[in-house]
Write a protein that binds this ligand. Structure first.
Ligand SMILES: [Zn+2]
Length: 299
């Protein structure tokens, strides 16, 4: 799997990617955010702002600065993670523009209380859209038609946005050039993620503007590579169970031997996402509902 990690965030500056499409990267770099969250500013004499990012005043100021005297008509949100949606409320307070897009945060499945979720801090549970978009809904703002494309997998409520009449999809955290997406319960679901990749291959856009990192210019083959990457990870997990591994820690210890141990809790959730999907398809059986502590075997 080849990733493109060449990216200059140019903090504070809105970079023009094409006519009426600008990217402004928030200064929230980290292991899961790369150089920071990308906010997109669409339109010329009226604007749409997509993913205003974390609750970071300097970033909201930079968005307002880039907008100048041009009114912001709508604020779109792809999904409810703390690096994408909280800024929408701050920007709404400054502009009065409605927050449109994904639903309130929800888990991909109910979780047992005792299950550990190291990523839970990332959920933005205060997000309440003024207008909820469902798959296939088309809205018109700033002279643009934007179609909502349901792309669950990274989160259950994740939306991508197709700019009608162009080759462009705003892909959020579903497809990114710099890295694979995190697909981890309780927010994520591997089954949904793979289905969402399949759905994208049926759509027209071939240029993706992701939530982190640079533009993906030939997206279709890249999406095919992402699918193959997960399928190969799935084969490796099945091979470990076939060799006698029964628990997620055992599988992680082998498959992520070369990965910094501080990332092993996230890796365990990724393996759980695969096992949950494999159990759904009767390729593995768990003693109970698939969880971090369950035991797994080949049926
Ligand atoms: Zn993100």
């Amino acid at each position: 799997m080849k990733h493109d990690r060449v990216f200059d965030p140019c903090y504070g500056q809105a970079i023009e990617l094409s006519d009426g499409i600008r990217r402004l990267t928030a200064r929230n770099p980290g292991p899961f955010t790369f150089h920071g969250t990308n906010t997109y500013i669409l339109g010329q004499d009226r604007l749409i702002v997509v993913d205003p990012g974390p609750a970071q005043d300097d970033h909201i100021d930079a968005i307002l600065n880039a907008a100048g005297d041009v009114p912001v008509e709508a604020i779109l949100v792809t999904h409810t993670h703390a690096d994408h949606s909280p800024g929408a409320r701050l920007l709404k307070a400054k502009t009065g523009a409605p927050v449109i897009g994904c639903s309130e945060h929800r888990a991909a499945r109910p979780l047992f209380e005792e299950e550990i979720n190291p990523l839970d801090a990332s959920a933005d549970r205060d997000h309440k859209p003024d207008r909820l978009l469902n798959h296939g809904d088309v809205i018109s703002f700033a002279g643009l038609g934007i179609a909502a494309v349901a792309t669950p997998g990274h989160t259950a409520n994740h939306l991508s946005f197709e700019i009608k009449g162009t080759d462009i999809l705003l892909s959020g955290d579903h497809v990114m050039a710099w890295s694979t997406s995190i697909v981890a319960p309780p927010d994520g679901s591997m089954r949904d993620y793979m289905a969402s990749l399949n759905n994208l291959q049926e759509l027209a856009p071939n240029v993706y503007l992701p939530g982190h990192g640079g533009v993906i210019r030939d997206a279709k083959p890249y999406v095919a590579d992402l699918k193959e990457h997960r399928q190969s990870r799935e084969r490796n997990i099945l091979a470990q169970i076939d060799k006698g591994a029964t628990s997620i820690p055992e599988i992680v210890a082998v498959l992520y031997a070369n990965v910094d141990p501080s990332l092993h809790p996230a890796a365990a959730l990724s393996v759980l996402a695969h096992l949950e999907d494999l159990a759904d398809r009767n390729r593995v059986v768990a003693n109970g509902i698939p969880s971090l502590r369950a035991e797994y075997k080949i049926p």
